[in-house]
Design a protein around this ligand. Structure first.
Ligand code: F6P
Length: 365
């Protein structure tokens, strides 16, 4: 009987359990045995951390957020930080141990669900160790070039939009500016989609370096139109013109006295406060955007990714990643899949519409 193993790596995204559900059910239909590796590669390092997956076991998991297998973005099996007996951190290459277990346990395929980091590791296993790997893309940021969409994004945008809807009434009641920082380290997809749908006045994204004076001008213009509040949405990777690096937590800057500065949302709020004199508050939606039940769109996409991954396993299309190429699923070589970052197109219809309805991006357009 054929045996496959599935793992989930990197930050979680709503829809991971739907992928596990689809992989388990469709592999089972083919008479295969399915195992889940806990916390990325942990199950392949220690077989006690492997879970046997059956249709009964996954029956109720599809609408659940997170991943029943657990995920991790700590450590790359090719260079894993491990504490030795003296309490020192050493870096160990565990890839051969993983490969030995993979072969000994008789797996014929590993379905690796993950973001760019996890997919790069999967590709390395395929290239350097000969592991038959199939990748499934996952990121709420929707910034993988090789696929038109990733699951988790739609849910994150819905969560952020709902938050913006709620902030309108409190901002209006207090004549305040509310600055909302959303996820998106390298791209502004969440900020753009949620900002437009949630009626933002200003959207700041990494693709368009912004001028804080222009942002303040927009807020002052609101006043002239008798609108005394404003909603500003900022992607965590957005940068003001001239800023050398993003003020985001991943990449954070230290203040003059060595203190940890907040994210870009706080930076923007602080400047709006100073330059407009408006009562301004900032909040960071953070991991709220990664939690909760996946939307119907994300469930369906995740199920389709899972189904396509099993079909690719059957065809032995290894070292490839499943990708959405509307209306179908495509197999993209992992080598290509991990290369490109999908950025917001600054001349797209979406941007144009946003500008036409009066949203400011902090630039001169
Ligand atoms: O890559 C997805 C993402 O949600 C980014 O937008 C964000 O910067 C990051 O994960 C946060 O990850 P962590 O779980 O390490 O805080």
């Amino acid at each position: 009987m054929k045996k496959i193993v599935i793992s989930t790596g990197g930050g979680d995204a709503p829809g991971l359990n739907a992928v596990i559900y689809a992989v388990t059910k469709s592999a089972y239909q083919r008479g295969w045995e399915i195992y889940g590796s806990k916390s990325g590669y942990r199950g392949l390092l220690d077989p006690d951390e492997l879970i046997r997956l059956t249709p009964e076991k996954v029956e109720d998991i599809m609408p659940l957020g997170g991943t029943i297998l657990g995920s991790t973005n700590k450590g790359n099996p090719f260079a894993m930080p491990v504490e030795n007996l003296a309490g020192e951190i050493q870096t160990l290459d565990l890839s051969d141990r993983i490969m030995r277990n993979f072969r000994r346990l008789g797996f014929f395929c590993h379905i690796a669900v993950g973001g760019d980091g996890s997919l790069e590791i999967a590709h390395r296993f395929a290239q350097e160790k000969g592991m038959p790997v199939i990748g499934v893309p996952k990121t709420i940021d929707n910034d993988l070039e090789a696929t038109q969409r990733t699951f988790g994004f739609d849910t994150a945008v819905s969560t952020a939009t709902e938050a913006l809807d709620k902030l309108h009434s409190t901002a209006k009641s207090h004549d305040r500016v509310m600055v909302v920082e959303v996820m998106g380290r390298d791209s502004g997809w969440i900020a753009l989609n949620a900002g437009i749908s949630g009626g933002a006045d200003v959207i700041l994204i990494p693709e368009i370096p912004f001028d804080i004076e222009l942002v303040c001008q927009k807020i002052n213009d609101n006043e002239l139109r008798d609108k005394h509040y404003a909603i500003v949405v900022v992607a965590e990777g957005a940068k003001a013109r001239g800023m050398k690096k993003a003020v985001c937590k991943k990449n954070c800057e230290l203040g003059r006295d060595g203190e940890l500065l907040g994210g870009i949302g706080e930076w923007v709020a602080e400047h709006i406060r100073k330059l407009t004199g408006k009562d301004t508050r900032s909040l960071t939606l953070g991991h709220l955007q990664r939690g909760g039940s996946p939307t119907t769109f994300d469930r369906l996409l995740a199920l389709r990714f899972g189904g396509a991954a099993v079909r690719m396993a059957e065809l032995e299309l290894f070292d490839h990643m499943v990708a959405l190429k509307t209306p179908d699923m495509a197999a993209v070589p992992l080598a290509e899949a991990v290369k490109g970052r999908k950025k917001v197109e600054v001349n797209s219809d979406k941007l144009l519409t946003a500008r036409e309805i009066g949203i400011c991006f902090g630039d001169n357009n």
